[in-house]
Design a protein around this ligand. Structure first.
Ligand code: ADP
Length: 435
């Protein structure tokens, strides 16, 4: 594996874009950030793109394309994933990493199996290793069975998931049920313990038996190190994995730990927080920010209407305060308040109206000179990113697990997108102290 592309590709002419070393396709947005964050922690320079990028991305070791394909119709998931794969290959990505959820979120119809099979067929992959393991987060695979902490997947709370209930723990069976042609085998724990050569031989034995996909037992990060080393030494063009493998892969691919991988451009400007998450963690974070004397403006969802008056009020409140301490504008509320709003406005309308108002406020804040922005809430983040016209994010230093600072090029904005339940109680304070 060469960092400079396949041998013989040097041509004369103007300097070329450095080849993207690792191409990643994630089946949802927060999963993409989780993967990108782990790759950065392991020393890669990473850009995350929302959908297939419009233009080449220079100067990075990995591109992570975030799709919303986890629960979309299977044909759509396949075609978006193939489009992403084609773009990544055209950028020079030798290997593709299809990032799936660490609890293997899927149904018998997919989408993990059908997407993996379509990618494997398109790439002509003879063998595809598969593992959702993320040992640091308690996701491990043993004898093909996925554990969430000390509980088998099928006995965990995931069995009640509203969209992708997981009632079977044996991933060989779960994956096999989703595949059309390919057969699944197991690379067992003892083999992985014996090292990359044993893993390689086991994989080729499975291939000889007609099994071209293998669930790889991965009970700890050392097991993922072995898998990463095997992937690096073999010509396997595709891996299907949770974000745990991303902690092992950069070193195996020869990407030296790079202290500057997470450096982001300076942005200057004012700091603000827009919070639309109503999760327990965000409620506590908002309360802690206010208790510490942070300036805060509450959006009363009941007062939202088409007139934008509350949006304008919030921005007029913020304008004279910007550039001093970070300001917080929030609709975050306790469950009983949210319920009352939903009863009054209808659940979908309430969500849409609040998201729209908060995304207008985020745009207004940036227009007023905010250059460091935290958005709390998954859906709220999606709405704000769209309103701000952000297509790509350069991933920077981690504030808390799963939440890095990012840099968005066009607006020269440093932005952190926090899923509802992420972050410690002092997250907002801590974030602005993270360099
Ligand atoms: P989380 O990551 O915590 O799930 P999201 O942003 O994904 O946060 O979801 C929160 C949803 O609740 C959004 O649709 C948001 O618009 C809506 N919402 C926020 N504040 C209120 C409120 N005060 N009343 C009703 N709905 C709200």
């Amino acid at each position: 594996f060469s960092r400079h592309g396949p041998a013989g590709t040097d041509r004369q002419g103007p300097p070329r874009t450095p080849p993207t070393l690792l191409g990643c396709i994630a089946d949802d947005f927060t999963g993409a950030t989780d993967l990108a964050n782990n790759l950065v922690q392991a020393g890669m320079r990473v850009v995350q793109s929302i959908g297939v990028p419009d233009e080449p991305i220079d100067g990075v070791d990995a591109v992570v394309i975030a799709l919303k394909s986890r629960t979309s119709p299977v044909d759509q998931a396949i075609s978006e994933s193939l489009d992403s794969a084609k773009w990544l290959r055209a950028q020079g990505a030798r290997r593709l990493y299809f990032k799936i959820c660490s609890t293997f979120d899927s149904t018998p119809a997919g989408n993990i199996g059908p997407v993996a099979e379509a990618l494997a067929d398109w790439l002509g992959a003879a063998f595809v290793p598969v593992t959702p393991a993320f040992p640091a987060n308690g996701r491990t695979v043993y004898q093909g069975h996925l554990f969430v902490g000390d509980t088998l997947l099928g006995e965990s709370s995931m069995r009640h998931h509203p969209l992708t209930p997981m009632t079977e723990s044996n991933l060989v069976q779960v994956l096999q049920a989703q595949l059309r042609d390919r057969k699944v085998g197991l690379v067992p724990h003892d083999t992985v313990c014996a090292g990359p050569e044993a893993l390689r031989q086991c994989a080729w034995r499975l291939v000889a038996q007609g099994r071209s996909m293998g669930i790889v037992d991965t009970v700890n990060q050392s097991a993922l190190d072995v898998l990463a080393a095997t992937i690096a030494s073999e010509d396997w063009p595709l891996m299907v994995a949770g974000s745990g493998l991303a902690l092992s892969l950069p070193a195996a691919l020869g990407c030296e730990a790079n202290a500057h991988a997470q450096d982001l451009p300076e942005v200057g400007g004012a700091s603000a927080i827009v919070s639309g998450s109503c999760s327990a963690a965000t409620n506590a974070q908002v309360a802690a920010f206010i208790a510490a004397g942070g300036p805060a403006f509450a959006i009363d969802a009941m007062r939202l209407d088409a007139s934008q008056s509350l949006v304008n009020e919030a921005l007029a409140w913020a304008a004279p305060r910007l550039g001093q301490a970070p300001v917080l504008i929030y609709s975050t509320a306790m469950p009983e308040t949210v319920r009352a709003v939903q009863i009054a406005m209808g659940e979908a309308t309430a969500g849409d109206q609040v998201e729209q108002a908060l995304s207008q406020i985020a745009s207004g804040l940036v227009a007023l000179g905010v250059r460091r922005l935290i958005v709390a809430g998954g859906e709220t983040s999606g709405a704000c990113v769209k309103a701000l016209g952000i297509r790509t994010l350069r991933i920077g230093p981690q504030i808390d697990p799963g939440v890095p600072w990012c840099h968005a090029e066009p607006a020269n904005l440093r932005i952190a997108l926090k899923s509802g339940n992420f972050g410690t109680v002092d997250f907002f304070h801590k974030a602005f102290l993270t360099p």
